[in-house]
Design a protein around this ligand. Sequence first.
Ligand SMILES: Nc1ncnc2c1ncn2[C@@H]1O[C@H](COP(=O)(O)OP(=O)(O)O)[C@@H](O)[C@H]1O
Ligand SMILES: [Mg+2]
Length: 319
Amino acid sequence: MAFAIEAEGLVKEFKGGIRAVDGLSLQVEAGTVFGLLGPNGAGKTTVVRILTTVFLPDRGRAWVLGHDVVAEAETVRANIGLAGQFAAVDDNLTGLENLRMIGQLTRLGRKKAIVRANDLLQLFELTDAAKRTAKTYSGGMRRRLDLAAALLHSPSVLFLDEPTTGLDPYSRQSLWGVIEELVNEGTTVLLTTQYLEEADRLAKVIAVVDRGKVIAEGTPTELKATLGATIIDLEMSSPDQADRVSTLLIEKTNKQARLVGASVKLPLEHGPAQVRELLEMLETAGLMPDHLNLREPSLDDVFLTLTGHMAEESSEGGR
Ligand SMILES: Nc1ncnc2c1ncn2[C@@H]1O[C@H](COP(=O)(O)OP(=O)(O)O)[C@@H](O)[C@H]1O
Ligand SMILES: [Mg+2]
């Protein structure tokens, strides 16, 4: 099968020896959403910049719709749209003017650009705001306008770099709906995100990225299945107690529990049936939790298992 997007062994180093992308490969099936999931600094934006012809890779190759992103950059650019975390919207122009300006840049032709702009404004519920300057827009409206701009020339491959970062839950939901609609109409989407829930909801295949490398790949269901059927969270009264619980579990059950602050997370292969046995053991040891929670594994659990740290933790210190 020919893939809509394909990358092979991409490497990108910045001055100072920072290897932002470290041998990354991926394959995106046409008409699907591919999720690049990782914390801040994982290299997501750098990958997107290589695939959208903004950066040259130091090593490796990549193709969009079969066109080499280096040798055929022009053709690639004509077929892609890019929207992201920092909307490329001109604040002093109205919504419609912003789209018209993009229309000129993409050489769509004046008439076509206006028709298409009005269609997109309607699709993204911006018709009422079309004649207001973008500086009066909310965060969600700016992202939608940015996305409309990326779609003006009807690209069949769309790159969305953290499209909902910083948005409120309502705007996020509405943007998810729009993305799903585009995919239903056949658009291929490469989406980067720090939100496990977002990748879970939208992506057919997820690649988990850490330090410029893909550390796991699969469908959301496959990734979750690596963890057992049920997760139990034990909230202890202190990190010290949690540490003792984790030590006890390793001793008695030979199972690796994960510690996050004062809580212990443990996959239960045999589901809730194991809970009673577990609680009896904890009670005997004088380590009863303050609270417990039984749930399906989340992609956060996947990240924690794969990297040994929470996605949120590594986003602070950087590298
Ligand atoms: N233009 C640049 N110059 C130098 N370092 C950069 C540049 N862009 C990104 N980096 C570094 O490369 C790493 C990956 O960054 P980035 O691709 O932006 O990650 P993400 O999008 O996942 O947050 C980070 O350590 C970042 O500081
Ligand atoms: Mg980024």
